[in-house]
Structures are given as C-alpha cells and as structure tokens.
Design a protein around this ligand. Structure first.
Ligand code: N01
Length: 543
C-alpha cells in the first residue's frame, strides 16, 4: 500500500500512531477512512493499552459498560455483549481484542516495539520516528495515543531496591504467570483507585495484609451487577442516544444532571438524596446528587461528612475507621475511587492499617518495610503508587519539534496546548487525550478526539497542505482557559490530597491543572465550533 498524503519527500507512512489501547485502535480505524497508510507502534505484545498492562488483582473499570465503550462501530455494538456493570480487566481486554479483530486492525500494528523518540524534519516537513528495534520510520502525521496514566511512578523511599521478596507495581504486573499471594504477608503502598481495588480482592487470600496509608480516600461504594440479555438489548437499542447524552455532560457520562445544590435543600432532603446516590453508587453519587459538590465548599462539606459517616458505620474498629476518614481535603479533591467491599475488608483482623502520614515509611529493607523503628516483615510488596499522569508518557521520550525543541522543555514553564490536541512548534503532531483535555469518562472523550483529528487532517489534505500547526496565541489562550476553569473548582482550594490531575503526586512536576475542569460538554462544543469554523487557531502550511 502506498502513502496518499502530500509530502515533499516519500515517507514510509501517512500516519504513525503510538499505542494500541482504546485511543490508538480508534485512531487507526478513523484514519483508514481517509485511505491512509498507517502504523501503530505498540510496546506490548498485544492490544489493550491500560487494560493490557494493568492486570493487578481486582482491576476493573470505575465506569459502567454502557459508556465505557465505543459507539462508532455498528458491528462491534451489535456483536459484543458485556457481562458486568463494572467490567473487570480481563473483560475490557477481551473487548479491545474483539474491536481490533472485528475492524481488522492488527495487520497495521507493530508489537513489542517502543517509540524512543521522534523529531520533526523542518526541511522536508515530515516526522522521523526512532524505534527500539534500531529502525527509523518516516511519516507525515505523528499521533500520540499513549493514554493518560501509563508512565508508572515508584515512591522515592530509601532502600527500595534492597527488598529480597517479590515486588510489583500495579501497572507492571506480571502477565506471563500468576502471582501467588496465597498465605503470604503482603504490604501495599498506595490507596488511589488501584490500591483501593486490590484490598478487598486479596484480603481473603493472604495471610496478612499491611496497608501503608498516607492519604485516605473518599471511596464511594459501587454495586456491581451482572448484565443480562435484556439490559444489553436496551443499551444496544439506545447506544447513539446514550452517547449523545454523554457528550452533553460535564463528565462525559449519560447521567441525569441535578439542578439543585446540596446547600439549597433541607437537611432531611439532603440526606435522602445522598442515600439514594450512595445506593446507585460510584460516579452516580458524585455527579447525580447535587450540582455543586465540585464548586461549593459548604455543599462539598456535606458530601464529605456523609461519606465519613458511611466509613464509621462500616468499619467496626473505631481506630481504623478514624484513620480511613479523609479529614484534611475535600471530597473530589482527588479522583474518588469506586469501592467493591473496600471498607468492609478492614473488618478482618489480618488486614492491618498503618498510618504513614504521621510516621512516614523510613526505609525498605531486605525483609520488608520500616515505619519509624518498626519493621514489617513481608513476602510481597505492591506499589499502587500511580503515574506521571497526562504528560509523563510524552515527556519521558524525546519528541522534538521545530528547531529541535523538546516537548518536555516546551512545557517546562507550564503546559501550553491547543485544546489538548496540538502544540505550537510541533506541526502534524496530534494527541488523543493530551494534557489539558477534559477530566472525564475517557472512551467518550477518545471517540470525540479521534474524530476531530481525522477531520482536521482531512481539512489539511483537502487544502493541499504540507502541515497543520497550532498557533502559539491559541495555545496560550487555551492554557488561560484551563487555569480559569480549574480555579473555579474546590480542587484548586486549600490543602489537597496530592492529586495527579494537578501534577501534585510527583516531586519536581509543575503544580497546575493537567486536565480541563470546565466540563467535557463545554470542551466538545468548543472542538465542534473550531471544526465548523474551519480551524481558527491552526495554520495550514502550504509551501
Ligand atoms: O494512583 P494514585 P492509582 N508513601 O496516584 C500513594 C485511574 N485508575 O494508580 O495520596 C505512601 O491515585 C499516594 O499517597 P498520597 C484513575 O483515574 C482507574 O491508584 O500521595 N504512599 C496514593 O495513595 C486513578 O485516579 C481505574 O498521600 C505513597 C497512591 O500512592 C488513576 O488511575 C483503576 C507514597 C497513588 O494513587 C491513578 O490511580 C485504577 C509513599 N512514599 C486506576 N507515594 C479504573 O477505574 C505514593 N503513595 C479503570
């Protein structure tokens, strides 16, 4: 197959995409509609991205199946049946394998290969992409589909390499063998969404589980259910409507939008609404109870109090219960994880909760974890310590734009992107779920993103352009809007819990909103308007 795009010299591909997860698979499919010769470069041996790498015990979606999936392919929608309301990792991985097979994507994926870097050749206006197998490929368009939470971080604790037992990061869990935790003494560091999912799943298996907690989370119970044929049929019949509804929602979910604030109703009504939301569970509690939990401190306080009450009711040991209650930051200050028996697990005597906020972990030793003077002897340590989110995957490799400028240097004084899709100085480079895209349910955002990129490229090609490039003024304007939107949320106020979306979970990273907090619906509208108005803020380079 020949390339079809307008280039100054012959290139190997019209587009090279990094990553074969939700984003990469969707991007490849969309670019095929332009008759592009495309290639995905994927580090893993199979498709799946996040769902390929994160095979830790208990991994599952915090979002429900009917909006944690694509709607663009009729074949996939008709032929795939989900099994669980909150699908577990193996099911999501099977789904992505099915998408890949049904849309015949695998023939254009190069597995077991990493992109080490890429540089924009200004003379020829093409990208040169360096791969881990030593080869270099040329392409007109270079598209990152590396996901937002893929660059793992380990904590900086002295002695981390000394431990003689087994240790695993959640996102680097072994894929070629079962990790046997039966009867073992296991230590867990990290209680974000990953750690919270692990606790109740391994508690019944291990001999002792030592949970080293620095910051407790507001974990909202999620009721998982089997998806029967009837439910699946209803969703199938309404896929388009559900996705349209999700696109009109600030978090990109097809949810009811509440019209009142928690502070504006009587205490009794508030309690009833919170109870109903809690029963519905997961993101429904966060998004469907009231319209001001992320913006009004008083209302947020009511939600935070409600969850603390639930924790105290569930956890029998009052000392553990108090430790598990977040007190120094508000609900939503971190991304709230969904719980599946999380607090209940602490009612087991062999699940020990160690407060490492008051006395931090001092050292990892050959035998285990030392907190102050106390050493906890362990067979296995699990690091659920998160990611260099939103930017890490892009800044850990050498992406060089005009004049050889590195993307990480370009962002060293603050993030600047055009709607999180493009960056000035980096022509023909696009990002699906780049930094400064919405804090939202991702498959819906991905679907919008790939379709926008497809149309922007089509626009460049139909105008005979060598390149399409974001204008600096547009990047700066978007950075201003990202700051404005973030500043109006409770996430920007007071003491916060090291949230990844603020870059606050990593020493040395700039503290700034890495995501757009103004609402996915508002963002999608902006993207649509840019498309309709023929891409103001982007320049076409024709000679
Ligand atoms: O990572 P995190 P994650 N000593 O950054 C702790 C998505 N996701 O992998 O809060 C002790 O949230 C750290 O403590 P603190 C989802 O968007 C989705 O769990 O900094 N603890 C924190 O508890 C999620 O938000 C799903 O005080 C240390 C933890 O490590 C995002 O991924 C499932 C420490 C890191 O939490 C990231 O979640 C899973 C130290 N030295 C994840 N250093 C689904 O729904 C760090 N920590 C699909």
């Amino acid at each position: 197959m020949e390339t079809t795009t307008k280039t100054k010299i012959k290139v190997d591909y019209d587009s090279i995409i990094i990553g074969a997860g939700f984003s990469g698979l969707a991007m490849l499919h969309h670019l095929r509609k332009l008759n592009f010769k495309s290639l995905i470069i994927e580090a893993g041996s199979g498709v799946g991205g996040t769902w390929y790498w994160n095979t830790y015990p208990g991994a599952r979606t915090d979002s429900e199946f009917y909006y944690y999936s694509f709607s663009f392919s009729k074949e996939v929608r008709e032929e795939w049946s989900w099994k669980e309301r909150y699908p577990a990792q193996p099911e999501v991985l099977e789904y992505l394998k099915f998408v890949s097979k049904r849309l015949d994507l695998e023939k254009d994926i190069k597995f077991n290969t990493k992109v080490l870097g890429a540089n924009f050749d200004e003379v020829n206006e093409i990208w040169r992409v360096k791969l881990s197998d030593g080869s270099e490929l040329t392409t007109k368009y270079f598209i990152s589909c590396m996901g937002v939470l893929s660059a793992a971080i380990y904590p900086k604790i002295p002695g981390i390499d000394k431990f003689k037992g087994e240790s695993y990061h959640t996102s680097e869990w072994p894929r070629d063998r079962q990790v046997d935790l039966k009867g073992k003494r296991v230590g867990l560091i990290g209680l974000g969404a990953s750690g919270v999912q692990i606790v109740p799943v391994i508690a019944p298996i291990v001999k002792d589980l030592y949970v080293f907690q620095r910051t407790p989370n507001y974990v909202v119970a999620s009721t998982n259910l089997k998806v029967d044929d009837n439910w699946m049929k209803q969703v199938r019949e309404n896929y388009d409507a559900l996705h349209r509804q999700a696109e009109k929602h600030g978090f990109a979910v097809p949810f009811y939008k509440p019209t009142v604030g928690a502070k504006d109703v009587s205490p009794q009504e508030r309690e009833e609404i919170f109870e109903k939301g809690w029963l519905e569970g997961g993101f429904h509690f966060m998004l469907e109870c009231f319209n001001d939990l992320a913006t009004n401190e008083e209302s947020n306080q009511y939600a935070s109090d409600f969850i603390r009450k639930k924790i105290r009711e569930t956890v029998k040991d009052p000392v553990k219960a108090e430790l598990l209650c977040p007190k120094d930051y508000p609900f939503n200050g971190k991304r709230p994880p969904g719980g599946h028996g999380y607090y209940e697990a602490y009612n087991n005597d062999h699940v020990h909760l160690i407060d490492v906020k008051s006395t931090p972990i001092s050292e990892i030793t050959e035998k285990g974890i030392k907190v102050g003077n106390q050493e906890y002897e362990l067979d296995v340590i699990i690091y659920a310590t998160g990611f260099d989110a939103m930017t890490g995957q892009l800044t850990r490799i050498d992406i060089k734009g005009r004049k050889g400028e590195l993307l990480r240097d370009h962002w060293s004084d603050g993030l600047k992107t055009n709607l999180g899709l493009s960056v000035n100085g980096f022509p023909n480079f696009f990002m699906v779920l780049g930094p400064q895209t919405p804090y939202a349910n991702l498959p819906i955002a991905i679907q919008k993103g790939v379709s926008w990129i497809q149309n922007a490229i089509k626009h460049a090609e139909s105008n005979n352009a060598y390149a399409i490039e974001s204008e600096r003024s547009a990047d700066l304007e978007w950075a201003k809007e990202v700051y404005r939107a973030g500043s109006s949320t409770i996430m920007s106020k007071g003491e916060l819990g090291n949230a990844w979306f603020l870059g606050a979970n990593l020493d040395g990273k700039n503290r700034e909103f890495n995501v757009y907090m103004g609402g996915a619906d508002v963002y999608f509208d902006k993207c649509d308007r840019v498309e309709e108005d023929k891409y103001p803020g982007w320049e076409l380079i024709k000679n």
